[in-house]
Each structure stands twice: as structure tokens, then as C-alpha cells.
Design a protein around this ligand. Structure first.
Ligand code: CO
Length: 134
């Protein structure tokens, strides 16, 4: 069911410093910061030949990544995103198998304006999983 690894997301305490590490130290192609108020994050995308890295920093009050940063003050890996062809079919299959979909279960537009869903980390080896319909 899942396809390509779309991105790995890393929450960081300082978006500018993290972007500089990827751009200057690792020599990667780094995007400008993008505010996503609907998701409560500012993102920087790093394009790699086979996938992307998504740097995340809290935006505004009640950001969903703020508690993660409190627990991990120097940052850390937050989620992996797998591509699916049909996000509703994927959700229905996962829920039928007992997996927990976060929120109201309805896909929302993600960082690339494509529908995304998040799956409970306890059902997926301790890792928060994002599904993105491509
Ligand atoms: Co993501």
C-alpha cells in the first residue's frame, strides 16, 4: 500500500541554524522558510536526490510540535511520510486493521497542498507516520 518515502521530518529549536547546517555543512539544496498556520509550524524543505527532509519549528500558540521540542530541546526526528495513491482507501484499510488515525480522520492539506493524515506512533513501531496522497 505505501509507496515512496516522501520525507523525514525533524523538529529543530532554531530553523535558521538548522537550515545552515544542511546548506553549508552538508551541501544540500535548502528552501526558504514557509509558514503553515493551519499546521502551527514553519517548515524548511531540503531536497535530496531520492527524498526530502522537512525541518519543523513551532508557529504560533498551541503548535503541535511545541511539546515535542519541550521534551527534546535540541530537536529530533518527528515523523516519516509515506506516499499513497488513495488516502481514503489507505485510511479505511488501516482503520479496519485497528490502526488509530489522529484527529477527526479526515485528510487535511499538507505542506505541499496534498491531502495528508497522521497515524498513531504506538501502532507503528513508536514512529509518528504521515501519509500523503500523491
Ligand atoms: Co511531514
Amino acid at each position: 500500500m505505501i509507496g515512496r518515502l516522501n520525507h523525514v521530518a525533524i523538529v529543530v529549536p532554531d530553523l535558521g541554524a538548522a537550515a545552515a547546517v544542511y546548506r553549508d555543512t552538508l551541501g544540500a539544496n535548502v528552501s526558504a522558510p514557509l509558514d503553515l498556520p493551519l499546521h502551527g509550524v514553519t517548515t524548511v524543505f531540503i531536497e535530496l536526490p531520492n527524498t526530502k527532509i522537512e525541518l519543523l519549528h513551532p508557529l504560533g500558540e498551541g503548535s503541535p510540535v511545541a511539546p515535542f521540542l519541550e521534551k527534546n530541546p535540541s530537536g529530533g526526528m518527528h515523523h516519516v511520510c509515506y506516499e499513497v495513491d488513495d488516502i481514503h482507501a489507505a485510511r479505511d484499510r488501516l482503520m479496519a486493521e485497528g490502526a488509530r488515525v489522529l484527529g477527526d480522520g479526515e485528510p487535511k492539506p499538507g505542506a505541499h497542498d496534498k491531502p495528508v493524515l497522521f497515524l498513531h506512533p504506538k501502532d507503528f513501531c513508536g514512529t509518528l507516520v504521515e501519509l500523503e496522497q500523491v
